[in-house]
Design a protein around this ligand. Structure first.
Ligand code: DX5
Ligand code: ZN
Length: 213
């Protein structure tokens, strides 16, 4: 299991220090939550702060867009060369076009599904995706409790991707901890995002390693 700590739960007064710490603690990706105050009722960070994160990070960035105007934000963040940019299917009229645009920058495209959105919504996009991100909380805030209907959903998506694109990863975001990591692994999940579990742990390296099962 790969682990992408979400910097939403980091200390923003010491952001570079916290990013360096998780990278030195063996995380696989650095998860960056971009919220615009419209698609979700919260507002986070833009390219100025994310470029500081990119500078401090020795692991690739995983940018999760929670915004209304996906194309505008993709163009804004593409110069920072993240490994992944993911956007919500609920907010995109032309997901296939946006996948192609993200890939044209040499960035891996990913689609995010809210808790109510079925895995079948990406059926005809799967072969063009590098990752599907399943939300296990309602997007907008860290520290919420895990919605366990993501487990049967991940299993269904796992069966679909095995048939259509075995290279496509499954990522889960929200309420992830040592309490649900085994169930996530059993459901076929490859990457977990963990914010409060990693950053509030007394030993962040131990927290990351406890999820890398
Ligand atoms: C929620 C964000 C998550 C959040 C996860 O909208 O997408 O990445 O930071 O935080 P935890 O792990 O605390 O649920
Ligand atoms: Zn996220």
């Amino acid at each position: 299991m790969k682990v992408a700590p979400s910097i939403l739960s980091a200390d923003f007064g010491h952001l570079a220090r916290d990013v360096e710490e998780i990278c030195n603690s063996g995380c696989d990706l650095v998860h960056v939550d971009v919220m615009d105050g419209h698609f979700v009722p919260n507002l986070t960070i833009g390219p100025v702060v994310v470029s500081a994160v990119a500078k401090a990070a020795t692991k690739p960035l995983d940018i999760h867009l929670m915004v209304e105007n996906n194309t505008f934000f993709v163009e804004l963040f593409a110069p920072l060369k993240p490994e992944y940019i993911s956007f919500h299917i609920e907010e995109e009229k032309h997901p296939h076009r946006l996948i192609q645009k993200i890939r044209s920058y040499g960035i891996k495209p990913a689609i995010v599904l809210n808790p109510h959105t079925p895995p079948e919504s990406v059926e005809f996009l799967l072969k063009d995706l590098d990752m599907v991100l399943l939300m296990s909380v309602n997007p907008g805030f860290g520290g919420q409790s895990f919605i366990d209907s993501v487990l049967p959903k991940a299993k269904r998506l796992d069966a679909m991707r095995k048939q259509m694109n075995p290279e496509c990863l499954i990522e889960v975001d929200g309420g992830v901890s040592d309490k649900n990591i085994v169930a996530l692994k059993d459901a076929g999940v490859d990457v977990v995002v963990a914010g409060s579990y990693v950053f509030k742990h007394t030993n962040r390296k131990e927290a990351i390693e406890s999820l890398q099962i």
